[in-house]
Design a protein around this ligand. Structure first.
Ligand code: IPE
Ligand code: IPE
Ligand code: MG
Length: 258
């Protein structure tokens, strides 16, 4: 058994043990949690594995955390999987990430109806492979058929890129007379995230304290939570800790405490 497989077995066993213990999920989960999936490369390097093994482990973590978020009553989970800046990485690493995203989407097409998970891809699909684009269309078509928990996966996503695209599309509509005076609400409708409520909580594992171009428009009033845990090591208990911290925060939105 290689290092990655034994890690996977141990992780699944720990999740089963947690469920068997019947540990209580956190009360009052936020409606929308967003996560910057960071730390895959360091996780692998620390184990003497190639960075790509970290991305494979991170994909498994995402499956588990998405299921957990759905089970505790979160309505939307948005994850940052590949940024508009990540194309700067070595070609081999980019290809490995794209292969994993394809594998994830192929599996999702088979399981999302059974598991009641809607899946939306946020980002510019133009630079993605034909296969990935077809899978994105297929998951969108399946998601349109039912209600329920929604996972949003940001691929070739950049917060600034999203705003620029929205501005260009609005300008076209304004010129043609299809759109009127611009308001914040109207502009939100031009984002990749149109129709999705803003994230209440943004979590960044991996120890960095920055947003790295994630949801620049949508996170204006999100609560931010940073942890040193590397994404592949992230467990439902880390979600519980972040939610507990979120519930201690006083969200004032510019007002004053009542
Ligand atoms: C996040 O992990 C995955 C992507 C950005 C695609 P990293 O690959 O950034 O991992 P670190 O930050 O180098 O450890
Ligand atoms: C942010 O992580 C992007 C994703 C997780 C997809 P990075 O690892 O690319 O961010 P920086 O380079 O540390 O800011
Ligand atoms: Mg990183």
């Amino acid at each position: 058994m290689n290092a990655l497989t034994s890690w996977l077995f141990a992780r699944r066993a720990a999740a089963r043990a947690k469920r068997a213990r019947g540990e209580a999920p956190p009360a009052d989960p936020p409606r929308h949690i967003a996560i910057i999936l960071d730390g895959n490369g360091r996780w692998a390097s620390r184990r003497g594995l190639p960075r790509t093994a970290g991305h494979a482990a991170g994909a498994e973590t995402f499956r588990q955390i998405a299921t957990y978020c759905r089970d505790i009553g979160v309505e939307y989970l948005t994850v940052y999987a590949f940024s508009t800046e990540n194309w700067k990485r070595p070609r081999q690493e980019v290809e490995a990430i794209m292969d994993l995203l394809g594998k994830y989407l192929r599996e999702s097409v088979e399981t999302m109806e059974r598991d009641h998970i809607r899946l939306k891809i946020l980002g510019d699909p133009a630079m993605l492979s034909d296969e990935l684009r077809a899978l994105i269309d297929e998951t969108a078509e399946i998601s349109g058929r039912y209600e329920g928990f929604q996972a949003n996966v940001c691929i070739n996503y950049g917060g600034r890129d999203e705003i620029v695209r929205a501005a260009m599309r609005y300008a076209e509509d304004y010129r043609s007379g299809a759109a009127g005076q611009l308001t914040e609400e109207l502009f939100s409708g031009y984002m990749f995230s149109a129709g999705i409520p803003d994230p209440d909580l943004v979590i960044r594992p991996g120890g960095e304290m920055r947003l790295s171009n994630f949801l620049m428009w949508e996170s204006a009033y999100s609560e931010l939570y940073f942890t040193d845990v590397l994404w592949p090591d992230f467990t439902p208990a880390d979600i519980d800790a972040a939610v507990a911290e979120f519930n201690r925060r006083d969200r004032r939105f510019g007002g004053i405490k009542k």
